[in-house]
Design a protein around this ligand. Structure first.
Ligand code: UGA
Length: 437
């Protein structure tokens, strides 16, 4: 089976190189020629663990090629994975322009192709989008039995993209006929020595499974952050202890119960808003999902509140932010809480210094000269009035009390990621989200 992958972002590129290194002939397609040129030279354009090496291995194996030409890609492959972005628009719905553009270009090629082709939609779509937007584009070719469209949502996490692709917990395939669903399952049987559980379902259920999955993860985070906010008002309590204890109940589970500044990234916030809008359009209640979003929107303000309690609220103060990426092991700052916090502090008129091992360049594109970028943790902390830890990078976990005492002007530290042990920071003014004082 020859594969083409259209849309070479996190999911598409990771999928393309993993396919190629597994021995499948793979063509990566993107409309961005600059990106294609970089990929041919082995440059992914963003950070993802293992991706650089996998890309080089794929290129050396001659199993991968990159192009912006849909004709070559569609005519030289049997299965196309559609992995273009579905970014949010201003109304909170998803913008389907990339989906529509790519589908129309694929249609133009498939209408003259003689051999059967399978189109696999991996981009995250709200329920019924495939039925209402994608299938009508291909209606005639589907009727002539020369192609099928299936929905196959992706559950990989940024920072673990390659690992999650190689060891997924589940494969979901939504189809309108057995032939196409089984064909994709056959491909996965070749891909995995030991195939994970496969759930075959109808197309809209597959789309809804993806939305429900991300909404549930978001709900767990807002839940534990709400408990953390209660802990903050009760001396002696710590959200980490509560999370550990309830996580022991197998009906709850310990994952995604880490309190923090709120969830960010390109997926959880977008898919939650998508689900809220989708439910509203159906005139059904979206109260639970709205509450999850409200808790998340308010969470950064809890950090500002702690700063006020520390008497750091006037514009003469210098604030050091450690961590800009929406989570560790990525340079991605999409919907990162750091952006909201910095905007708020700039409004007050504070001086901001920031540090991040990977995301500085992306942050510069938003804040330019308005803030100071530090190359090291110590230069970020020097002469600062308050340090806020916003990303759980491993190097921040190693910080000791003396690292702050030595160089800060006033020794105020807020651990918004709960990565430092509060009992070891008794000589400084230390606060943490979800920690009762
Ligand atoms: C998320 C899902 O976890 C993936 O399963 C899904 O495939 C992906 O979205 C997607 O739809 O493409 P990702 O956006 O990479 O993956 O990030 P997560 O690891 O889910 O983290 C999201 C946010 O939640 C981060 O800001 C993280 O710091 C925060 N988080 C996560 C917490 O605050 N607490 C936790 O316990 C876990």
């Amino acid at each position: 089976m020859k594969i083409s992958v259209i849309g070479l972002g996190f999911v598409g590129l990771s999928l393309a190189v993993t396919n190629a290194t597994k021995g499948f002939k793979t063509i990566g397609v993107d409309i961005n020629d600059l990106k294609i040129n970089d990929l041919k030279k082995g440059k992914p354009g963003f950070f993802e663990p293992q991706l650089n090496k996998k890309l080089k291995d794929a290129i050396n194996s001659n199993n991968i090629s990159f192009t912006s030409n849909f004709h070559d890609a569609i005519n030289n492959s049997d299965i196309t994975f559609l992995t273009v972005g579905t970014p949010p628009n201003k109304t909170g719905n998803i913008d389907l322009k990339f989906i529509k553009n790519a589908s129309n270009q694929i249609f133009n090629e498939l209408k003259t192709k003689k051999k059967y082709h399978l189109l696999v939609v991996k981009s995250t779509l709200s329920p019924s989008t495939t039925k209402n937007t994608i299938l009508p584009i291909f209606k005639k070719i589907i009727q002539s039995k020369k192609m099928d469209v299936v929905v196959n949502p992706e559950f990989l996490r940024e920072g673990f993209a390659i690992k999650d692709l190689l060891e997924p917990h589940l494969i979901v395939i939504g189809s309108y006929n057995k032939k196409s669903g089984n064909l994709l399952e056959k491909y996965y049987k070749k891909f995995y020595k030991k195939i994970p559980e496969v759930i075959q379902t109808d197309i809209s259920s597959a789309e809804l499974i993806k939305y429900a999955n991300n909404a549930f993860l978001a709900t767990k985070i807002s839940f534990i952050n709400s408990i953390g906010n209660i802990c903050q008002t009760i001396p002696g309590t710590d959200v980490n202890t509560i999370a550990y204890a309830i996580g022991k109940d197998p009906r709850i589970g310990s994952l995604f119960l880490k309190a923090g500044p709120g969830f960010g990234g390109s997926c959880l916030p977008k898919d939650l808003s998508g689900l809220i809008n989708y439910s509203k359009n159906l005139s059904k209640s979206s109260k639970l999902f709205e509450a999850v979003k409200d808790v998340n929107d308010l969470q950064p303000k809890k950090i500002i509140k702690i700063m006020e309690q520390m008497n750091i609220s006037d514009k003469r103060k210098t604030i050091s932010i450690l961590g800009l990426a929406f989570k560790k092991d990525t340079d991605d700052i999409r919907e990162a809480i750091s952006i909201k916090i910095v905007k708020n502090l700039l409004k007050i008129g504070m001086k901001i210094k920031v540090h991040d091992p990977m995301a500085i360049n992306n942050f510069k594109k938003i804040f330019g000269e308005k803030i100071e970028y530090s190359k090291s943790i110590s230069s970020c902390l020097t002469n600062s009035n308050c340090c806020i830890i916003l990303t759980e990078w491993d190097e921040y976990k190693k910080l000791k009390q003396k690292d702050f005492i030595k160089i800060m002007k006033t020794k105020n530290v807020i651990d918004a990621r709960r990565i430092l042990d509060p009992t070891k920071f008794k000589k400084i003014n230390f606060a943490a989200l979800g920690l009762g004082k």
